[in-house]
Write a protein that binds this ligand. Sequence first.
Ligand code: URA
Length: 253
Amino acid sequence: MKQYHLQLSEDQVRDIKVVLMPGDPQRVEKIAAFADMNSAQLIARNREYTSCRCKFQGIPLLITSTGIGGPSLAIAVEELARIGIEVFIRVGTTGAIQPHINLGDLIITTGAVRLDGTSSHYAPLEYPAVASYEVITALKQSCDTQNLPYHLGITASSDSFYPGQERYDTYSGYVIKSFQGSLEQWRKLRVLNYEMEAATLFTLAGVFNLKSGAICGAIVNRTQTEKPDDSLLELVETRLGKIGLLAAAKLSS
Ligand code: URA
């Protein structure tokens, strides 16, 4: 039976354990381009969810986009879990908030601040959003073998790109009081970066007894610049594609 939103069925992924999850549907085929030659196969496309099968080092893998934010990611996790996927790796872009993080660096999230709303539909806020150590280890080892710059630590997952990440270029120009000063607060609490999905993913995976992790490439550093450029995006996508596939293959055995 095809899943409601993903339009994927169990028999399409019966041999697959691990999914790579970019937010952007257009990134699905870009990641698959780093897999074994001619192995990429587009198997479903509906709304923000694009799914592609591929092989890497001979191992079958799934790549499914989640769209932006917790609500659409949670739908993807629910439906992928139902068809037998066991390990979920988010691969995305992020805004760094620590000055020592360079543009293009990768951030492997160990735990996430739950600034989302969706995860509270699954577990109370006291429940921690933590990545699985197996996924953290596989991502770290992959960065080490590829000699790519990375940081390990805590991420803040916000439900909004603008006020929740304390951007004042909202249409109204106003950020509500509870977010004023929040970037500086998270920075002082040693949070590395902002993105919009990790906390929801880790909470659901914890509740469902599944494994999850997240790796994101810094496309801006909020302590320096705010304008990502195309060549940086391409660099980050290449790094994420390679590391994601390597880690996914390690976790498939
Ligand atoms: N994604 C985010 O959520 N924030 C950023 O600053 C960049 C990417």
